[in-house]
Design a protein around this ligand. Structure first.
Ligand code: GAP
Length: 486
């Protein structure tokens, strides 16, 4: 195993062992592409999301938050282009029928698929004689739509079968009709989308666009302004992999920033600067953050310019988030499909137009994975190896751990509980730990990244001082209880 894969393995193992992240549905053998957050994972994820919300919404005058429904009218996804174009190239092992993302197969075989059409990928596979990971020939690729479909209301998809003249059979299912005419082929008759069909949203962005007019009508903000949303997104990824990096259910933190069409560039640049400063506050080292100007052929169907922010994860340099200039693509589509005007009038003028949009789109799991990998450290204390998560203090899931030196001394326990309650009232994320000896407690707290361990001993009862130990330096100081936070 390479050093990098080993580092990833170590982080995954720590995440499970210490209660950050477990496999989804683990008890039943798991469900690929899903993850459950344990007590520390929830706390870390919340801290990242709250910091984002504070930075991009609460601390600014030009941002408005929304929380739209995950299930949306199917017209949203038709108008946005997702029904037709939100696809990945899929190929199949011709022997065991396992399916793979064609671009991933190429990447895993040392070929860069960026900018290739699906046909070019197939040609490259043939030219290089690339086989499936199981060593079998691969089929030609086809597109696979990544949206999860669901039916709203009691609209079961039961086929009705009827016999037609000449022995043909007609099968009707929802809005689709299929004709089996005895040739062995099934022809699609009238195809359509079942009116009861909806999708689990593949991005939070559309819940923002569909509320653009509502926010303008309620607040009439000056341009430029942004609408922000955090929440779950779902994609039926062909090959979820690399821990939480590519999941089927994940969270996004997105902003649609509405601008005058002539002024998109300045907002693009200033949002890029804001993003970089936010990544600094996540504790990510600047030299591991890279900007990729995405070439036209690799941009999403709606984008005129995209910069991907990549990060040196243990799995390699990969996309952490994106910043895209979506033009008026989405609002225009909504206007054309809903018949409702998406125009904005500059106050006190006749200047009326459909705003253009800059979109910073963060994935929470990728931010969390970057934070965990930046924090993961192995060092030595007094000749003994230790693992320590050096989270920035404001992100650490537990800020203080409080312990009595000995758990069988009621007077120490009582005093320690007092200190614990005092800190907990103020911070919430304070842990009580009286298991094992002090050394073991320190190791455990290092692994979950607790910046400070506070120990109550017999001197505390005499003079009101406690020992406070710093996670990073392992230095211990004696301070008065009232000075713990200084
Ligand atoms: N609204 C634009 C949009 O959704 P995207 O590049 O498809 O753009 C934005 O996704 C971000 O969402 C990515 O940069 C990544 O951080 C995150 N993301 C996308 N797919 C993901 C997946 N399968 N698992 C985890 N995060 C994902």
């Amino acid at each position: 195993m390479s050093e990098k894969n080993q580092e990833m393995e170590n982080i995954v193992s720590l995440a499970k062992r210490r209660g950050f992240i477990y496999n989804g549905s683990d008890v039943y053998g798991g469900l690929s592409g899903t993850w459950d957050y344990g007590p520390l994972g929830v706390a870390l994820k919340r801290n990242i999301m709250d910091l984002w919300w504070k930075t991009f919404v609460e601390d600014r005058e030009d941002m408005y938050g929304v929380d739209a429904a995950i299930l949306m009218n199917q017209k949203v996804w038709q108008a946005s282009g997702h029904v037709d174009t939100f696809v990945d190239p899929l190929c199949e092992d011709t022997v065991n029928h396992r399916r793979f993302r064609t671009d991933h197969i190429l990447k895993d075989n040392g070929v860069n698929p960026d900018g290739m059409s699906m046909e070019q990928m197939d040609v490259t596979i043939a030219e290089h004689g690339i086989k499936s990971p199981d060593g079998n020939p691969l089929s030609k690729s086809r597109t696979f739509n990544m949206m999860f479909e669901t039916l709203i209301g009691p609209a079961e998809e039961k086929p009705t079968v009827s016999f037609m003249e000449h022995g043909s059979i007609k099968i009707e299912m929802g809005a689709n009709t299929y004709i089996a005419d005895g040739t062995g082929e099934i022809r699609a008759g009238a195809r359509g989308i079942n009116p009861a069909t909806s999708y689990l949203r593949p991005e939070t962005a559309q819940g923002i666009f569909t509320n653009f007019k509502n926010v303008v009508d309620s607040f009439y903000p000056d341009l430029p302004f942004g609408i922000a949303q955090q929440g779950k997104a779902f994609r039926n990824e062909i090959s979820p992999r690399d821990f939480v990096f590519r999941s089927r259910e994940f969270e996004q933190m997105e902003i649609e920033y509405f601008v005058h069409p002539d002024k998109w560039q300045e907002s693009f640049d200033s949002l890029l600067a804001d993003i970089k400063s936010f990544l600094g506050s996540l504790g990510l080292p600047a030299d591991k953050i890279h900007e990729l100007e995405v070439p036209e052929e690799d941009r999403a169907h709606y984008s005129k310019r995209t910069i991907d922010i990549e990060y040196d994860f243990p799995i390699g340099k990969e996309e952490l988030l994106g910043l895209a200039y979506r033009t008026d693509f989405d609002l225009m589509n909504i206007q054309n499909n809903s018949g409702k005007s998406m125009e904005y009038t500059i106050k006190g003028t006749n200047d009326r137009f459909v705003p253009h949009v800059i979109e910073p789109s963060f994935g929470v799991e990728r931010a969390l994975m970057a934070v965990m990998s930046a924090a993961y450290t192995e060092d030595e204390v007094n000749g003994e190896k230790r693992i320590v998560m050096k989270f920035p203090e404001h992100l650490a899931p537990v800020k203080y751990c409080v312990s009595p030196l000995l758990k069988n001394k009621p007077e120490l326990v009582e005093k320690a509980r007092e200190v614990y309650q005092m800190l907990k009232k103020k911070h919430g994320n304070v842990m009580w730990d009286d298991n094992g000896n002090i050394g073991k407690r320190y190791r455990r707290q290092d692994e979950i990244g607790t910046p400070y361990c506070v120990v109550i001993d017999f001197d505390t009862l005499e003079d009101g001082t406690v020992t406070i130990r710093d996670r990073d330096t392992t230095e211990q100081k004696r301070v008065n209880i009232i000075d713990i936070e200084k």
